[in-house]
Design a protein around this ligand. Structure first.
Ligand code: ZN
Length: 433
């Protein structure tokens, strides 16, 4: 399958982001504010088959880098305007948890709002023994007035049947009951604020940053409840099965993932249609074709940290001494900073910089990409994970943060070139499906 989208052709620069609906889209998070020209080169090389979300930061990322939503928006729209870009593009206020998050990002011009109720997801629901599950099921009944509507119900999809027997319903209610309530409240708030202020908005729901996979039954129930409450999703990021670590390929049973992607895609088509969204989406090379095919092009992929890592590649090549200071500093804060990320690297997995004299080898140890490794050679990238988690500490360090920005300003075209190269390899398999 090959995807193509109409182009609006050459015209005046469209500096405002807009709604992308269920067109295939790719989120290029840019934590430093210098990456949009490179992101645009990659997207254009992919032939305009996929829409770009060029402004995309979570509240957590903006807090860690001391940036405002307005600055994030301006970095993207100024770069697109300077390039004369006139196709539709998106702006994703990622991982929103509160009404205040929504107000801030809507005021800055964001139009795609990612609701994140993961704080209200019971992350251990799949592990409870029957007695414990029963107790918790009882406790969540105040949030789940809808239970009787599903009890004993069977829903048929091409991939299989969803049977709402008592254990399935209990686990779904315990895992997501409170989160559904939170999502409905925040989703309605976004829609009402947008209507009140005459602003465009579209909604994604993400539960990707939780421990246990979202089953088809749970996906169906969440989507059905949001729809009944008038919360209109354009995209949903389930917690897919397997491991989605930062900066490395998918870890898990790829055949089983493919079956489950198809099932989730059928539910998304029936209950929306809305897109299936993949977060922590950089470097998941073994998944892109599967996602594109299973969803028949109704997908969204989010990346963010990978553009920071490519910025460090420019540092590694232009200023070896600075790169070494960043490695020392990052190793010093990794064990603290990794707490909110899904990574498996330990400091022992990558050598201290002082033990690696050769700059090329040092770049390989800390920034190796799947593109550089033969297929099947076991790409684990511990150095990349160490640098990935510590971006906030580096960029808010007065000396290091300013030095990284200076290198990027002085080597802007090198940065754009490494980004173009890296992202074309993500976009091609998505586009070709
Ligand atoms: Zn996410």
């Amino acid at each position: 399958m090959s995807i193509s989208l109409p182009s609006t052709g050459v015209g005046p620069a469209l500096v405002q982001p807009g709604l992308l609906g269920i067109e295939p889209s790719f989120g290029f998070g840019d934590r430093l504010g210098f990456a949009t020209p490179g992101h645009l080169l990659a997207l254009q090389e992919a032939g305009g088959a996929i829409r770009g979300i060029f402004a995309q930061q979570s509240i957590r990322e903006m807090t860690r880098t001391n940036r405002t939503a307005t600055e994030v928006m301006a970095a993207a729209s100024d770069a697109l305007s300077a390039a004369g870009f006139s196709d539709p593009w998106g702006a994703d206020a990622d991982h929103l948890k509160t009404q205040d998050d929504v107000r801030q990002t809507m005021a800055a011009g964001f139009v795609f709002f990612t609701l994140d109720p993961s704080g209200d997801v019971d992350q251990q629901a799949d592990n409870y023994a029957p007695a414990e599950l029963a107790t918790r099921f009882e406790a969540c009944k105040p949030f789940t007035p809808w239970l009787d509507a599903y009890r004993g119900k069977t829903v048929r999809f091409a991939s299989g049947e969803i049977v709402f027997d008592e254990p399935t319903l209990a686990r779904a209610a315990v895992k997501y009951g409170k989160a559904i309530q939170t999502t409905i409240a925040l989703g309605r708030f976004v829609q009402e604020e947008a209507a009140r202020l005459s602003k465009p908005c579209e909604l994604e729901l993400s539960v990707d940053e939780t421990e246990q996979p979202t089953t088809p039954a749970e996906h169906y129930l969440i989507a059905d409840q949001l729809r009944a409450a008038g919360v209109r999703l354009v995209s949903l990021a389930p917690r897919f099965e397997g491991d989605f670590e930062k900066g490395v390929d998918y870890k898990g049973d790829i055949k089983s993932l493919e079956r489950s992607l198809r099932f989730h895609a059928e539910i998304a088509a029936e209950m929306g249609p809305y897109k299936l969204s993949l977060h922590s989406g950089s470097d998941k090379i073994s998944m892109y074709r599967l996602l594109s095919r299973a969803t028949e092009g109704r997908f969204h992929v989010k990346t963010a940290g990978t553009s920071y890592l490519e910025a460090l590649r420019v540092v590694a090549r232009c200023d070896d001494e600075l790169f070494r200071r960043i490695i020392d500093f990052s190793r010093g804060c990794y064990d603290r900073d990794k707490a909110t990320y899904h990574v498996s690297a330990t400091l022992a997995d990558a050598p201290p910089q002082a033990e690696v004299a050769d700059p090329v080898e040092l770049e390989r140890q800390y920034l190796e990409r799947w593109e550089d490794v033969p297929a099947g050679a076991g790409f684990t990238a511990p150095g990349r994970q160490i640098l990935h988690c510590t971006f906030g500490s580096v960029m808010t360090d007065p000396e290091l943060g300013a030095a990284v920005k200076d290198v990027l300003l002085g080597n802007h075209s090198s940065y754009s070139e490494v980004l173009r190269d890296h992202f074309v390899r993500h976009l091609d398999p998505l586009r070709e499906g």
